[in-house]
Structure formats: structure tokens, C-alpha cells
Design a binder for this molecule. Sequence first.
Ligand SMILES: [Zn+2]
Length: 289
Amino acid sequence: MHRLREALDRTQENGAAIGHFNISDSVILNAVFASGRELNVPVLVGVSEGEREFMGVRQIAALVRSLREEFDFPIFLDADHTHSLAKAIEAARAGFDLIVFDVSALPFEQNVRQTKEAVEALKAINPVILVEGEIGDIGTGSEIHEEAPDLSKGLTSPAEAKQFVESTGVDILAPAVGNMHGMLKSMVQGQTRKRLDIERIAQIKGAAQVPLTLHGGSGTDDEDLRKAIAAGINIIHINTELRVAWRRGLEEGLAKQPLEVVPYKILPFAVESVEKVARSRLKLFNGRN
Ligand SMILES: [Zn+2]
């Protein structure tokens, strides 16, 4: 029986981080699963509220569970950015391994109160479920943005991180440390990269003493990602990079076979394109390159 808590502990002991990839369909799910198996490293797939609505909460849970059981492989499922207790409870009941309970848009005290309530409710449904809380501002939308938002005022402080973790009982914390959801056009073109506040990550880790998640990892400088893992990041989210690869692969499949209508002859181009990105990110997170 694979458990996310154990996979997290083992990955940290190895000086590595778990790759978290958002999925909207079986193309990305299969690509992520194949990459994880190829490298023999655990993988975490995430579905936001929008992605869950598209795939079905119980349906995606059944898909991931069937892969984990049939292949005896550590693939786990996260209810990413869940903004209400009702949706968090729905995912916990469906068997998700992790819930990212995100009311970080609220003032700090309200965020603490609601997150604490969510931790208690979710652990009552499943005592081994993990709950991640979020403080600070890392923007919204894993898509391509025209302009960079000013996130400098929303950075997480180590004192706030400690207080938040102690008062809520969350298992995992998602801080704002220079990361941001989505990518700028210049990042998609490879001209610019996101940079992280490594010193802040180390201070937050020392203060909070729990596993840390880096959201919005797409387009981040490779060396910064390595340093972030060494400073205490345990889970890294990659979404937009996979979405870009999915679209490019799909376009290639359509362009190469203009008259083809059979999905399983067109979609393998998208699987391959996504797999390339997932494999390269997993290699980096697990110190294989
Ligand atoms: Zn996120």
C-alpha cells in the first residue's frame, strides 16, 4: 500500500522533491504516469476545481487508484486549490490523498480559522489524508499571462509560516517565495525565467518544520529549483509547461495527419510531447541530471 506521507519522507531523505503535475485528461495523466514509471520515482497528479469539474471527482479518483493498484506504483492524487470546505469534503470522500485548501485570498486570521476547520473536518473523513494550506500571494491561473503581476508584497514571512502551521495543524505549507502561477509569454519563448527567494525558503522551512510545496514552478530557472529543493521544498507544481506541450503535440498530430479522425492516432503526439517535459522535470527534481 503506497502512502503519500511515506513517499514524501523517502524523497526528502534522498534530497529530492516530488513532481506535481496538473491533469485535465487522460493524455496528460498517461504521460505523467509513464514518466514516473520510467524513472521509478513517485508522482503526484493534481486537479483544480475546474479540472475536477471537467473530469469528474470520483472518476479521476478511480483512474488514479486503478493505476496505483494495477502497477503497484506510488502515484497520488491532489485536490489542488480547493476554495470551499464542501469541495474539499467531496474530494476527501472520493479518496484523494491530499487536499490543498486555499483560502489565501482572505485576511490571515480568517485564513487560519477556516483552514483549521478544514483540517479537522478532512481528517475526520480520512485520518491519513494530508492537508496543505497556503499563505501569501502567488497569483492565479496556470496560463500564459501578458504582464507580470506584482507579487513582492505577498511574500510569506517565516514568522507567519510558523504561526500558520502551528495554529491550523496543516501537514504541508505552500509559501510565496518568488513563485507565480502561469507563465509570461517571454518564459514560454525561453527568454526569461522565474527566480526564487532561496534564503526565504530556508528560513520558512526552519520556522515551519513541515514539508513545503512550490506552486507555479513552470518557467523557473533550473538552478533555482535545485537550490529550492536543497533549502527545503518537497513538492514542485508544474502545470503551464505541460499545457503548452499538450497543445504543441496536438497541433503536430493534426498537422501531420490532416485527414485523420481517429483520436488514438492523433493523441499519441500530445502524449509524447507532454512526456518529454514531465520526464525532464522529474529528472531535475530527483537529481538525475
Ligand atoms: Zn498552485
